[in-house]
Write a protein that binds this ligand. Sequence first.
Ligand SMILES: C[C@H](NC(=O)[C@@H](N)CCCCN)C(=O)O
Length: 552
Amino acid sequence: MTEKIQKTLRDSAGMRWMVLFFLAFAMFCSYIFMDILSPIKDLMQSTRGWDSTAFGTMQGSETFLNVFVFFLIFAGIILDKMGVRFTAVLSGAVMLVGATINWYAVTEMFQGSSLETWFNENLNYIPGFDELGISPFYLGMPASAKFAAIGFMIFGCGVEMAGITVSRGIVKWFKGHEMALAMGSEMALARLGVATCMIFSPVFAKMGGVIDVSRSVAFGVVLLMIALIMFIVYFFLDKKLDSQTGEAEEKDDPFKISDIGNILRSRGFWLVALLCVLYYSAIFPFQKYAVNMLQCNLTFTKLSPESFWAGNTVTVIQYVIMLIVAAAAFASNFSKGKTMKSVMQVVAVVALVIFCYMGYMRQSAETVFAVFPLLAVGITPILGNYVDHKGKAASMLVVGSLLLIACHLTFAFILPMFKGNAVGGIIVAYVTILVLGASFSLVPAALWPSVPKLVDAKIIGSAYALIFWIQNIGLWLFPLLIGKVLDQTNPQLVSDLKNGLISPEEAAMSYDYTVPLVMLACLGVAALILGFVLKIVDKKYGYRLEEPNITE
Ligand SMILES: C[C@H](NC(=O)[C@@H](N)CCCCN)C(=O)O
């Protein structure tokens, strides 16, 4: 008798990838919001009075509740207890609430309101947190930055919860299939989100010739509404899958708090988690300052408002070219025939060159830095595919860390030598940013798909949450530290600004970034050492990190 094989949604490749699209698109929107203020640090200083310390403190607040109120740990427990679909919708709603507060804080409406007065007079001292030096507020912090920080803290809870949920969702739908490729593709779309915000955030802020930073944030809020809708659609697909498989993992094999102990006892888990915090602390916090770092190191000529390159049409054209780079790189990854693959690769490279040329012609740091996530968009899925079929994850972590060190040292010491040489500076900047983008593909593509090899499937949500929690400590600390170090290593600039000798606009463009960049390179060195240790431990204890995910 022929046995009838029950096909589920997950057995259909089309369905799996459609589910991935919903999850990844939601993450795309959240990554746009995450960095929405990063390319307009100068405008936050000139229109809202946020100096580097205020900016860094507000940016660092994203991870505050996750780290110090252990929200991420609770998020992991919620995920393991309640399942992927419930947590996905919850995270979408939390992000939206936080983002809306963040938006209100930077609007004109907030300025001069009684709420602003309240924030000016309060939250200057937080008992307990201030003594430990971890308060998300300080005396003299602009009221708008304080309230925005509260919104960003709530958003941060939602976005990290969404991050672990999406990772677990991908494991649920793709385990035994193209898991690393799926994770790589999800991250690729998230990187496209960062590029999108680098390009469009300043456009919204400067629209119509009137500067209003809240327009950029409003753009992000609208996208988060779309993210919530994506999660709701996912909810129904995931429910259907569970009804087909009758699986409901979280009920058959309930999660226990003691499971966390099992995770913490794993040597491999600790190495991956520490590598993660060191590596990502040198990337995400840098991303928040990179545009300003380029503004301070590159020589741009001011374009006249009538210039073609200064217009918004060119922004849209450049964005379309960016999408062509991403689509062609992505398609080359999936093309079956050799010729088609090569054609797609040529299209991607040509479009990338045009993109860089336009960035140069537009004479703005944000369009130069927008190239950073673009290489990651193109190659993260390729590397994910490589990990699926060939392995070598631990080696990729080592190479990624090496590239990271080289890039931060180049930004610190070589780029400033080109100050005054507009073309030379831009070339050095582009090459370094592209190499950093390659590093940012290697590490994530290898790191995240390695986690299921280190812990049991049942506790994978908590494992991702713990790694994110440890990572968030760095993501909290380093934006703050960079801001403080910047103010402290530029004392003349800070005092001239205080004494009114230079304008906030001038100050925002004149920081010396050498010390913060060396600090980030040191993180890379520590990550590199851990990468080597991981390779040794992997060999000794047989975690199979160097082996493929799919056995052909
Ligand atoms: C998948 C991974 N995401 C993370 O590491 C998140 N914790 C991102 C947090 C960003 C905080 N600004 C990635 O994007 O590679």
